[in-house]
Design a binder for this molecule. Structure first.
Ligand SMILES: *[C@@H]1O[C@H](CO)[C@@H](O)[C@H](O)[C@H]1NC(C)=O
Ligand SMILES: *[C@@H]1O[C@H](CO)[C@@H](O)[C@H](O)[C@H]1NC(C)=O
Ligand SMILES: *[C@@H]1O[C@H](CO)[C@@H](O)[C@H](O)[C@H]1NC(C)=O
Ligand SMILES: *[C@@H]1O[C@H](CO)[C@@H](O)[C@H](O)[C@H]1NC(C)=O
Ligand SMILES: *[C@@H]1O[C@H](CO)[C@@H](O)[C@H](O)[C@H]1NC(C)=O
Ligand SMILES: *[C@@H]1O[C@H](CO)[C@@H](O)[C@H](O)[C@H]1NC(C)=O
Ligand SMILES: *[C@@H]1O[C@H](CO)[C@@H](O)[C@H](O)[C@H]1NC(C)=O
Length: 214
C-alpha cells in the first residue's frame, strides 16, 4: 500500500517536472531582435523578405513585458494587432482599437530606424508591414507569436487603460414634472456654499482655541 502510494506520488512529481520543463519559467524580460542579424527588411527586386520570420518566431519564447526590436528602415512599417481579420487583410483599413502602427511618418525612403515594440497583450499577437500596398505583407513581411504570462507586465508598461467614454448627460436624462425648472447648477453651488460656511466655522473655532491657548 505504502509502496503503491510512493510510486503514485513519484509519477505525479515526474509529470509535474515534465510539464514545468515544457515552457522554461521566465526569470527576466527579454528583448527579441526580429529576424536576428537579418533585421526587418523587404527586397523589392527579389520580392522577398530578408529572412523567414515565421521560422524566426518559432525559435523564441515570448512573455508579457518583453520587447520586439525591429532593426529596419523607413521602407517598412510595423503593425501590431491581436485581430486576426486585420492580420489576414495585411492592411490598417477598418483596424480595431487593438491595432498599433509604428514607423512611417518619414517622407524619405531607406532611412535606418529601430522600432521597439512592447508585448503588453497575452495570447496571439500578429505583426506585419503595411507598406507597398499589402505586397510586403503577402510576400513574407508578416508573422504571429504567442505571448505567455511570464513575470506579468512590469510597472513601466502596466498603465491602466483610460476610463471608457461616458456620454455627458443630456437634459432629457433628468425627467421633471411639467412646469418645474431643473436647477442642478444652483443646487451644487448651494452645496458648495454650505461647505464653505462649515469650513469658516471650523477655522474660526480653531483660531479661538489657538488664541485661548496662548
Ligand atoms: C529593451 O528595449 C527597451 C526599449 O528599447 C529598452 O528600454 C530596454 O532597456 C531594453 N532592455 C534590455 C535588457 O536591453
Ligand atoms: C535585393 O536583392 C538583390 C538580388 O539579390 C540584390 O542585388 C540587392 O542588393 C538587394 N537589395 C537590397 C536593398 O538589399
Ligand atoms: C511580388 O509579388 C506579388 C504577389 O504577392 C505580385 O503581385 C508582384 O507583381 C510581385 N512583384 C514583383 C516585382 O515580382
Ligand atoms: C517559412 O518557414 C515556415 C516553417 O517555419 C514554412 O512553413 C514557410 O513555407 C516558410 N516560408 C517561406 C516563404 O519560405
Ligand atoms: C477586427 O477587425 C475587423 C475589421 O478589420 C472588425 O470588423 C472586427 O470587429 C475586429 N474584431 C475585434 C474583436 O475587435
Ligand atoms: C476596444 O473596442 C472593444 C469593442 O470592440 C471594447 O470592448 C473595448 O473596451 C475597447 N477598448 C478600448 C481600450 O477602448
Ligand atoms: C526604399 O524604397 C525606395 C522606393 O521604393 C527604393 O528606391 C530604395 O531602393 C529602397 N531602399 C532600400 C534600402 O530598400
Amino acid at each position: 500500500m505504502a509502496m503503491a502510494t510512493m510510486a503514485y506520488l513519484t509519477v505525479i512529481a515526474l509529470s509535474i517536472t515534465a510539464v514545468a520543463s515544457d515552457t522554461p519559467a521566465a526569470t527576466q524580460y527579454t528583448n527579441h531582435t526580429v529576424g536576428g542579424v537579418s533585421g526587418w527588411f523587404f527586397n523589392t527586386t527579389t520580392n522577398t523578405s530578408s529572412t523567414n520570420y515565421t521560422s524566426w518566431a518559432a525559435s523564441q519564447t515570448f512573455n508579457l513585458g518583453d520587447y520586439l526590436i525591429f532593426n529596419t528602415n523607413t521602407n517598412q512599417t510595423v503593425v501590431q494587432t491581436t485581430n486576426d481579420t486585420t492580420y489576414q487583410s495585411c492592411s490598417m483599413d477598418d483596424a480595431s482599437n487593438d491595432t498599433f502602427h509604428y514607423g512611417g511618418g518619414s517622407n524619405q525612403f531607406g532611412q535606418a530606424i529601430v522600432i521597439p515594440v512592447p508585448l503588453t497583450s497575452q495570447g496571439t499577437n500578429y505583426f506585419f508591414s503595411d507598406t507597398d500596398d499589402t505586397i510586403q505583407c503577402q510576400q513574407g513581411m508578416a508573422f504571429q507569436i504567442f505571448v505567455n504570462l511570464g513575470l506579468g507586465l512590469p510597472p513601466s508598461l502596466n498603465q491602466p487603460p483610460p476610463p471608457p467614454y461616458v456620454e455627458p448627460p443630456t437634459p432629457s436624462d433628468f425627467p421633471s414634472p411639467p412646469g418645474t425648472v431643473v436647477t442642478t447648477n444652483q443646487q451644487t453651488s448651494g452645496g458648495a456654499n454650505l461647505r464653505w460656511e462649515i469650513w469658516d466655522m471650523l477655522f474660526g473655532a480653531c483660531l479661538l482655541l489657538a488664541w485661548r491657548g496662548l
